[in-house]
Design a protein. Sequence first.
Length: 75
Amino acid sequence: MTGGWLTRLDPPPDVFAVVMATGIVSVAAYDHHYWRLGIALSILAVLAFVVLVLSVLGWVSTHFSRVRALMRDPD
């Protein structure tokens, strides 16, 4: 992959899967009494989710006409 996706504001599709997996593993760590690991992974998941949301909002704000066209398309 050339360049960072944060500079282009278009995250690859698997970024959301990484954020979800981090949250799931943090819950599993809590359940197995690894609370320190659970807290660390929870913080990491929340921060990654915030970055993902800001990235998507930035992309939508820069490509608004494309988003509007995609919303009108029934497919």
